[in-house]
Design a protein. Structure first.
Length: 135
């Protein structure tokens, strides 16, 4: 039984390896980013059964994120792929002080096309914890 069901847009994160602006950056480390994926990783590492609802592009970044979810023992039963839209990306520069500059590339991403059709067959009754939000 699933303890937690998360819905969100994971993105490919490219973090500059050297200090400076994004315009000046030449090399980056690749990882995954997104609030829900971060929560999911933490909960999974604490022993909770986590499933993730998302839509990824059928592209190298989407496949990278899918594999990262599996490595972190986050359920991928509700992850779908979109042939026509890419996975969202974010770039961050490296700074010594303050917050890094962040550039998002998620307009028309695969996740932005997530619709009721993508989730209509999910059984929400098989969750250990349910939260109802009033309309």
């Amino acid at each position: 039984m699933t303890d937690v069901l998360l819905l969100g847009e994971p993105m490919g994160l490219f973090s500059a390896t050297g200090y400076g602006s994004l315009k000046e950056a030449m090399t980056f480390n690749k990882s995954v980013a997104g609030a829900e994926i971060n929560v999911g990783i933490g909960l999974s590492r604490l022993g909770h059964q986590v499933e993730y609802i998302t839509k990824l592009g059928k592209d190298p970044i989407g496949e990278f994120i899918f594999e990262a979810l599996q490595k972190e023992a986050i359920g991928t039963n509700f992850v779908t792929f979109d042939e026509d839209h890419n996975t969202g990306l974010m770039l961050k520069n490296k700074v010594k002080n303050d917050d890094p500059d962040t550039a998002y590339y998620r307009k028309s991403s695969a996740f932005s096309t997530l619709s009721k059709k993508d989730v209509e067959n999910i059984d929400f009754n098989n969750l250990n914890c349910k939260i109802k939000l009033d309309d």
